[in-house]
Ligand binder design. Structure first.
Ligand SMILES: [Zn+2]
Length: 421
């Protein structure tokens, strides 16, 4: 491999991805703006012009912010790599930590420094999104104090969970021989499965309160539905989503005996019992079709391929120099290699976005079809319509943007598919 070739391919990919993303965002903004003043015929009786305009304005405002974050993200990526940011940081951390702490401490410090700086760089956008954008459209319920607390707890949990895993992977890279990537993959896969149990039971309760569903009538309905579907959950919980946002949702998490169903309080306050049942039936559809294990398996396939690729790239000097970093002579380069993979990988992974989005949309249709077999299709339609309106989702997205970015089918397609049932 040649350093100049790596540099050119990477720079071209960054520019290509940026142009493609900006083009898609531009399309979405123009398409939504063009349809702002007329409710689509299919929704004429059910959606007011006022709600339709609010959805358009909200979509456009979010896309404008997206325009900024996308351009900024590409600049930051080039700053880390070709403009020498990671190289400078590496030298500073190496000089400061290596003599006193040794190889592992230096590498952990480097990864932590990159993630802390990366979060600080994104902070202003996060603040703007929550306290300006979401606030303006009446969705934000967060105080600044709660936002700060979330950020602090998130950082501590991330360090407590992430540092031991990182240390294990770095140790495997140094000690497990040429097939280290297989061992590292096994460690990551095991960790992911463990998190399926730990996240809902230990981590999520640090951010939200989960209370058992108290409404006996609704509980009876929901339990009857789960019985019909052959689904056994550890519990039905109501989450105080309204503390942070007015957006509503429902989900189930965990696997085996740790499965639990979670309703946002914002969902229960808006939907009738029949509609809640239909939404839950949709979630059970995901369970019935094994969508979550399928997604995790796909993700693991990507990880395995990436780590195997890294096993080869790590030994190529051009991999480092082509991405703007001088490899260490007297210290291991494992952390540098991991960081470069994390920075540069998504640039190429972006090409997979339409594939994963399409598979996700197909899963949504399958779950809707299942919900219609187990509960009322009319209730599901009514619930979705309320959710689309409450979340100010646009009814007129750009079709090309949808193909690329939408993990859920747009309202018109989804309700049309349900209309026949
Ligand atoms: Zn779904």
């Amino acid at each position: 491999m040649n350093s100049l070739v790596v540099m050119s391919v990477f720079a071209a990919a960054v520019v290509l991805r940026l142009v493609l993303r900006l083009w898609l965002i531009g399309r979405q903004i123009r398409h939504v703006a063009r349809h702002r003043d007329a409710v689509p015929a299919d929704f004429a009786g059910t959606v007011t012009l006022e709600a339709h305009r609010k959805a358009a304005d909200y979509t456009i405002a979010r896309q404008r912010l997206e325009l900024l974050t996308t351009a900024w993200g590409s600049a930051v990526l080039l700053g880390w790599t070709l403009l020498g940011g990671l190289d400078l940081l590496n030298i500073a951390v190496r000089d400061a930590v290596l003599p006193r702490g040794g190889d592992l401490a230096y590498q952990i410090a480097l990864v932590m420094a990159v993630s802390v700086i990366g979060s600080l760089i994104d902070l202003p956008f996060d603040l703007w999104r929550t306290f300006r954008l979401e606030q303006r459209f009446g969705f934000n319920r967060m105080t600044f104090g709660l936002w700060l607390k979330d950020a602090a707890v998130g950082a501590v949990v991330g360090a407590v969970v992430g540092v031991p895993l990182l240390a294990l992977v770095l140790w495997l890279m140094a000690a497990a021989g040429p097939l280290w990537w297989l061992w590292a993959f096994a460690a990551l896969a095991g960790f992911t499965l463990l998190m399926q149990v730990v996240y809902p039971t230990v981590i999520a309760p640090m951010f939200n309160k989960f209370q058992p569903l108290a409404d006996e009538a609704l509980k009876g309905r929901v339990e009857a539905l789960m019985q019909r579907c052959g689904f056994r959950a550890q519990g039905l919980f109501v989450m105080d989503g309204s503390r942070r946002s007015a957006h509503a949702n429902a989900y189930f998490t965990g696997f085996g005996a740790s499965k639990r169903v979670v309703f946002f309080d914002t969902l229960l306050s808006r939907l009738t019992p029949g509609e809640v049942e239909a939404v839950l039936a949709h979630e059970l559809g995901h369970f019935h079709h094994r969508h979550v294990p399928k997604r995790i398996l796909t993700l693991m396939g990507v990880w395995l391929a990436s780590l195997a690729l890294l096993g080869w790239l790590m030994g190529q000097a051009a991999f480092y120099t082509g991405l703007g970093v001088q490899p260490n002579m007297l210290a291991p380069n494992h952390a540098l290699a991991l960081l470069l993979l994390m920075l540069a990988g998504p640039v190429f992974g972006f090409l997979l976005a339409p594939l994963t989005a399409a598979s996700s949309r197909r899963h949504e249709f399958e779950a809707d079809a299942y919900a219609c077999r187990q509960a009322s299709g009319a209730d599901l339609r009514a619930a979705l319509l309320k959710l689309f309106q409450d979340n100010a989702s646009t009814l007129t997205p750009d079709p090309v943007y949808v193909r690329f970015h939408y993990s859920h089918p747009p309202a018109s397609e989804r309700l049309a598919a349900l209309a026949g049932r």
